[in-house]
Design a binder for this molecule. Structure first.
Ligand code: SAH
Length: 357
């Protein structure tokens, strides 16, 4: 059942202050409560031990701390945790905790499902339900932080959904993560299919957040087959928008490049890509296709093909990184988040994902 109470997660400490002042409390209680919500990750008002019992009682009648409930939690053999969450309405979405040797990162969703219909992506193949609220975005971070013994200092918006289609809530969530939680904006990455007007709107905010474009081919004909959005904003236009973003923010940009066997992994496309990004302060992040069952029967290229693609880019002086796949055994790798429990929780049922041998 959806909780009818207003959730505090998603509100700024100023907004929380207005609420408590409205209840007849002194203003400082606002930042005190915000501290419990965002810095100490309290899950209930009972935990807020320095608040008067009467206030805790009064708050819990009309307010909830977080809007989220956990429907499922899985841990992969390589140490990745995936949470399946919802706000009680049965529309589930996923977020992932990614511990590394030097830092802990997390991958958050911005929408339930996704309308962009990329042909290689489990979420895209499953259709779209709705945008997430500010509280549902920040709530994912707070839940994951509670699961992590180490501080979660990095956030990537590479979960379900297209973040720039939910730009207002995304920006409000990023502001809370920065101002209330205390994350560095430089440690927040937004990944987009390449919606040119929204990239320009984000650039106009002049926030030092990191922008990643899912490029996946430098050739319009190939990219349009992979990503229908390319019919609206083709390669040249979207790369220009990334140049403008870089100029406006001074941040290095990332081009994500999914490698699909015999499709976008040819030496010609590597050379074309190197020409395309010339002069841009950027890194190309290669992501060997994580297997999901697609109508096109896409497959991951062999290791030699990936190495050759990388070699060509590096010989043209392009900065290249390669994404290490994690969480595969719990379908938590990039592109695999699809709300597999959908049937059980009411979202339109989907075929279960199959994992390649
Ligand atoms: N909508 C945004 C963010 C979510 S997807 C975007 O498209 O950028 C995060 C990344 O995972 C994108 O680069 C996406 O192209 C990639 N991805 C999707 N399906 C994948 C798959 N099966 N294997 C590997 N990466 C995939």
């Amino acid at each position: 059942m959806p909780d009818q109470r207003t959730a505090l997660v998603g509100l700024t400490s100023r907004q929380i202050q207005d609420i408590v002042v409205g209840l007849g409390e002194r203003p400082f209680r606002g930042s005190q409560i915000a501290g419990w919500v965002y810095r100490k990750q309290a899950e209930s008002f009972e935990e807020m031990s320095d608040l008067p019992a009467a206030l805790r009682q009064k708050l819990s009648e009309d307010f909830a701390v977080s809007p989220l409930q956990v429907a499922d939690h899985r841990t992969s053999s390589d140490g990745v945790d995936k949470l399946l969450v919802h706000k009680g309405d049965g529309q589930v979405y996923e977020c992932v905790l990614l511990p590394y040797a030097d830092r802990v990162s997390c991958c958050l969703s911005s929408q339930v499902g996704c309308p962009m219909a990329c042909t290689f992506c489990a979420t895209g193949l499953g259709g779209f339900d709705r945008n997430l609220t500010v509280g549902e975005i920040v709530g994912q971070y707070l839940l994951l932080q509670r699961f992590s013994p180490r501080r979660v200092g990095h956030v990537v918006f590479m979960g379900m959904g297209e973040p720039l289609l939910n730009l207002e809530n995304l920006l409000a969530a990023i502001r809370i993560l920065s101002t209330e939680v205390g994350l560095s904006l430089r440690h927040i990455t937004v990944s987009t299919v390449g919606l040119v007007p929204q990239i320009d709107r984000l650039a106009a905010e002049r926030l030092p957040i990191h922008l990643a474009l899912s490029l996946h081919s430098p050739i319009d004909e190939v990219r349009s087959r992979l990503m229908p959005v390319n019919n609206r904003w083709p390669v040249a236009e979207v790369v220009e928008a990334m140049r403008r973003y870089q100029a406006a923010t001074g941040r290095k940009v990332t081009f994500e490049y999914l490698l699909i066997d015999q499709t976008n992994d040819t030496p010609e496309q590597a050379e074309h890509l190197a020409r395309l990004v010339k002069g841009l302060s950027c890194v190309v992040n290669l992501i060997p296709f994580n297997y999901v069952e697609t109508p096109n029967g896409f497959r991951r290229p062999g290791r030699e093909r990936v190495a050759e693609f990388r070699r060509i880019l590096e010989s043209r002086r392009v900065n290249v990184t390669e994404r290490v796949e994690r969480g595969h055994d719990i379908a938590a790798a990039c592109g695999q988040l699809a709300g597999q429990h959908a049937g059980r929780f009411g979202r339109r049922p989907m075929a279960p994902l199959t994992v390649a041998p």
